[in-house]
Design a protein around this ligand. Structure first.
Ligand SMILES: N[C@@H](CCC(=O)N[C@@H](CS)C(=O)NCC(=O)O)C(=O)O
Length: 209
């Protein structure tokens, strides 16, 4: 086994994006294995049978299979932006994102998979059902610039990739700024050098081990 940890990742996956953001911020070097989700490498499934990315395999052989755990592992070693400060508040908002907002995002993005009975797909109804969560994020940013505090915290980094996906479903609507402070916050993240670094295009690699 190599001395460097190995991250199985998928470029556009919001969970993988949050993990790569934290790893990049911590300065820890990992080897990245870009995965094709339709053709997951046998080595990844052998290490983590649940079959989702990201998965981090440490040089000790320990496997970390949840994006949030990967973030906390990396930042526990080096946290130059103080993202772990106010952790309980961050975790509670991330929990809402993952449990409440993510299913609404999926329904909005793939309305044909989320029809009720014979009803026509209704993306706008799904978009509307995300309003309470997005309005809450917006009020928080209006109050202090970020979601938890006046500086970025774990919640900002962990939730940003999901808001990014939501915004990308209908860019024209998002550009009309239905949630102005949230749109500005997202734009700041998209211009962030760490985000640019971790979104560099990679070709899916062949099974490395
Ligand atoms: N709870 C997991 C969720 C990860 C997840 O669902 N990743 C998606 C990609 S965004 C995945 O790998 N899905 C499996 C598939 O599409 O086959 C985490 O936080 O790491």
């Amino acid at each position: 086994m190599s001395a460097t940890a190995l991250l199985y990742t998928f470029r556009r996956c919001p969970y993988a994006i949050r993990a790569r953001m934290a790893i990049a911020a911590s300065g820890i070097k990992v080897d990245e294995h870009e995965v094709a989700l339709r053709d997951k490498p046998a080595s990844m499934l052998a290490t983590s049978s649940k079959g989702t990315v990201p998965v981090l395999v440490l040089s000790s052989g320990e496997v970390i299979e949840e994006s949030l755990d990967i973030m906390r592992w990396a930042l526990a070693q080096h946290d130059p932006y103080d993202w772990l400060r106010d952790l309980p508040q961050s975790l509670s908002l991330i929990e809402r994102n993952d449990r409440e907002f993510k299913p609404l995002l999926d329904a909005y993005k793939y309305p044909e998979r989320h029809r009720l009975g014979d009803a026509q797909p209704d993306p706008l109804a799904h978009r509307e059902s995300a309003r309470p969560f997005l309005s809450d994020l917006t009020s928080r940013i209006q109050a202090h610039g970020f979601l938890i505090s006046h500086q970025s915290r774990l919640a900002d980094v962990a939730i940003m990739p999901f808001v990014r996906q939501f915004a990308a479903v209908d860019p024209t609507w998002w550009a009309s700024k239905p949630y102005p402070a949230l749109a500005d916050w997202l734009a700041r993240w998209l211009a962030d050098s760490i985000f640019e670094l971790i979104m560099t295009k990679r070709v899916p690699s062949v099974d490395a081990r």
